[in-house]
Design a protein around this ligand. Structure first.
Ligand SMILES: NC(=O)c1ccc[n+]([C@@H]2O[C@H](COP(=O)([O-])OP(=O)(O)OC[C@H]3O[C@@H](n4cnc5c(N)ncnc54)[C@H](O)[C@@H]3O)[C@@H](O)[C@H]2O)c1
Ligand SMILES: [Zn+2]
Length: 353
């Protein structure tokens, strides 16, 4: 338990939350509920309605003794999001930007617009453009670089994507590519939904890799509330090159781990136990521990989404901690608290309800 508490003492800004060891220790207090039997997570036993077909995606193999060693590149791990004719793969692995065929087979049309921001563009835009075009002269790639931050997840910034698409004379046979964290993924996805074009998610934060890039929720904030304007719109694929996490700031890493812990709390007790054993490795960015946490999180999200794509029931469990979390984010001003920080506090608040 101590190790999961450590994730949150990293995650929650010390100037806003009192000392984790004494006054406020969110996961320890969440776990005390587990110990006393007040809240007992487990895998939700859901069975796929007959007639829909497809496979259940979450991995049911034991997780406690997963090896966590050195980074290994090669063929990606693939998690399927099973949504009938809107199904798509999530590719997870190291060195995936060097495997252009993964991206290229999901591009529709001859024109691509990469949507990214001022922080991510200098780090990864060239690599992604190369992956999209290597050995493929049939496609032309343009890009739009948005300002960075939750406070720009708004209508004015979204309009810059449409400006670029219209100036470039794009028609419906083109592909948008979201390169970045959850803010870019949510905005690019919503732009694609509105422009009625295909899109690809290339998430570069833990938050986006374990949660926001999967499941097709897209949208923007309104001054009065988070994510109030949006659409359900599924990508063609999600490509998670875990090497991108090498440049992610510690605070962002810890913020993303809040959503990983959420899966353990809402539906995957074995994964939660694995997290308890491996949290220090996750915080230390052990590549295989991170890859495993991403895979397991995607499996959980894929399974929930495949049962309830548009949140008429089960999918709402993914919102654990989010009512309070969104209030914190909106109340303090977008970007003051990171999304995962606010959700972590929200999950603790829920425990006290
Ligand atoms: N659609 C969904 O289902 C869903 C789920 C969870 C969260 N979200 C949304 O996601 C957003 C939060 O996403 P986030 O935590 O990724 O925040 P973010 O997109 O703001 O990214 C965090 C910061 O990290 C930077 N960054 C991203 N990748 C980097 C990298 N590899 N190296 C260095 N810096 C990098 C970004 O530029 C940004 O400054 C919120 O708006 C939240 O509402 C949506
Ligand atoms: Zn969230």
């Amino acid at each position: 338990m101590a190790s999961i508490s450590n994730a949150f003492s990293l995650s929650l800004p010390s100037n806003r939350i009192a000392n984790s060891s004494s006054d406020f220790n969110p996961i320890t207090s969440a776990l005390s509920g587990l110990d006393s039997g007040e809240f007992s997570p487990g895998r939700v036993a859901v069975s796929k309605p007959s007639g829909i077909g497809g496979r259940i995606c979450a991995n049911a193999t034991p997780v406690m003794d997963q090896p966590v060693g050195e980074k290994s590149s090669g063929a990606p791990t693939i998690v399927e999001v099973d949504l009938g004719n809107r199904s798509y793969p999530i590719y997870i692995g190291s060195g995936l930007f060097d495997q252009p065929e993964l991206l290229q087979k999901h591009v529709h049309g001859k024109k691509v617009i990469v949507v990214t921001n001022t922080t991510i563009a200098p780090l990864y835009l060239d690599k992604v453009v190369e992956a999209l075009t290597k050995g493929n002269t049939a496609v032309s790639v343009e890009y739009v670089i948005l300002p960075d931050g939750e406070k720009f997840k708004d209508m004015d910034t979204l309009m810059k994507v449409f400006d670029k698409a219209i100036e470039s004379r794009l028609d419906r046979r083109c592909t948008f590519v979201a390169l970045g964290g959850g803010v870019i993924g949510d905005m690019c996805g919503f732009a694609a939904a509105s422009f009625l074009v295909n899109f690809i998610q290339i998430p570069t934060t833990v938050m986006a890799q374990v949660d926001s890039s999967v499941g097709g929720k897209t949208g923007i904030n309104h001054p009065l509330g988070k994510n109030l304007i949006g659409a359900f719109y599924q990508p063609q694929c999600v490509l998670i090159d875990t090497d991108t996490l090498d440049t992610l700031p510690d605070r962002e890493l810890a913020s993303g781990l809040a959503e990983v812990i959420k899966y353990g709390l809402i539906r995957d007790a074995e994964f939660f136990q694995w997290q308890e054993k491996n949290m220090e490795k996750l915080i230390a960015r052990n590549p295989n521990a991170l890859a495993y946490a991403i895979k397991r999180s995607c499996e959980n999200k894929a399974e929930v989404v495949s049962f309830d794509e548009k949140e008429s029931g089960l999918r709402a469990t993914l919102n654990l901690g989010h009512t309070f979390g969104h209030a914190i984010e909106t109340g303090f001003g977008y970007g003051q608290w990171l999304h995962g920080e606010a959700v972590a506090a929200g999950m603790v608040s829920c425990h006290g309800c």
